[in-house]
Design a protein around this ligand. Structure first.
Ligand code: TXA
Ligand code: MG
Length: 314
């Protein structure tokens, strides 16, 4: 059952309670409806990927009510301060270095050392973020591969029964996702969107490159920039060799050194994945042997990440 909540104080308080309980709530922003979950909760963020059916753990945008709150999550240099002051709240997302003290789930950043932050202008988004008073991870509230929703009805059509609630704030004004500006290295437009490139160029006083540069670790979806274990990783292992560190999954792996989910729960496994990869890497003397994970639902994203960890590196 997915509740449709009115953007009243009562409705927003209920939405904030769902978020505190690590449940998912879709809410309007001025660009598109977002599928929100507590960005500090591994389970909530794993549920976002499950609800969307995303085949990959790509990094998500963290939503905050104002620049002060954003500074507690990311590191803002002069350039970031300037564009944030000029365009926030609004349809602009900034990728800046992550502040480890923010304690975000590593699933939000795909374990990158950077974080994408947005301060939305929509009054309902603002009220929800203040009622919750924590960072909210939110991709667009549609199943993976479908168009982004600009009305609560669109959200329901795609995600009914898979999320706790949607706050109905009417139609979104911009209807196009936020512009993403990378500010980890040289400034770069990572995704065109609601704020035109020319406006950002005027603010920064320089022309901007577009698209991710493979040589720059801030580019999205870039394999080399993701945390990769230094130990060798062997996949689809049902019986590890002596001396191997066993990263298990499910009841068949009761004897594993670490088990992503002893009950075989894919949401739990996704929530543990980045933490356990790091721990296995720290504890393994040689190879990390990983149990098979079913290639369905969230298992596809988990396997995608495991295959990257196992890929030969130069
Ligand atoms: O308008 C919007 O931005 C909507 C509304 C709901 O706010 N949100 C949205 O979120 O489009 P999402 O999660 O679909 O956008 C995520 C994109 C990723 O595809 C990635 O390209 C980029 O943001 N991104 C996130 N973190 C990044 C990082 N650390 N480095 C580079 N790119 C990042
Ligand atoms: Mg999207």
């Amino acid at each position: 059952m997915t509740e449709i909540l009115a953007p009243t104080p009562d409705g927003l308080a209920r939405a904030a309670r769902f978020l505190k309980a690590e449940e998912l709530v879709a809410f309007p922003t001025e660009t598109v409806y977002g599928l929100g979950g507590d960005a500090r909760s591994d389970i909530a963020v794993a549920r976002i990927f499950e609800a969307k059916g995303r085949p990959r753990f790509n990094p998500l945008i963290v939503h905050l009510p104002d620049l002060d709150a954003a500074r507690a999550v990311g590191v803002f240099d002069d350039r970031a301060e300037r564009v944030a002051s000029a365009f926030w709240p609004g349809p602009l997302t900034l990728v800046v270095p992550l502040r480890p003290s923010a304690r975000l789930s590593p699933l939000v950043t795909a374990d990158l050392p950077s974080v994408a932050i947005r301060v939305p202008a929509h009054p309902v988004a603002q009220q929800l973020l203040r009622a919750f008073s924590g960072p909210v991870a939110a991709p667009s509230a549609n199943p993976s591969g479908r168009v982004s929703p600009t009305r609560a009805e669109h959200v329901m059509a795609g995600l009914q029964g898979r999320i706790a609630a949607v706050v109905d704030g009417g139609a979104c004004e911009v209807g196009l996702e936020s512009t993403i500006l990378g500010l980890v290295g040289e400034p770069v437009i990572l995704r065109p969107g609601g704020i035109p490139a020319e406006a950002l160029e005027a603010c920064l006083g320089r022309p901007l490159a577009t698209g991710g540069d493979a040589a720059k670790p801030s580019a999205p979806g870039q394999l080399a920039s993701h945390y990769a274990p230094s130990a060798r990783v062997r996949l689809e292992v049902t019986r590890p060799e002596p001396g191997e560190f066993w990263l298990g999954f499910g009841p068949e792996a009761a004897a594993a050194d670490l088990n992503l989910s002893p009950n075989g729960d894919l949401v739990e496994a996704a929530a543990n994945l980045f933490h356990y990869l790091r721990e296995a890497d720290a504890r393994a003397k040689g190879t990390i042997a990983v149990s098979p994970v079913p290639e369905k639902g969230l298992g596809r994203a988990i396997n995608d990440r495991l295959r990257r960890a196992a890929a030969p590196r130069g």
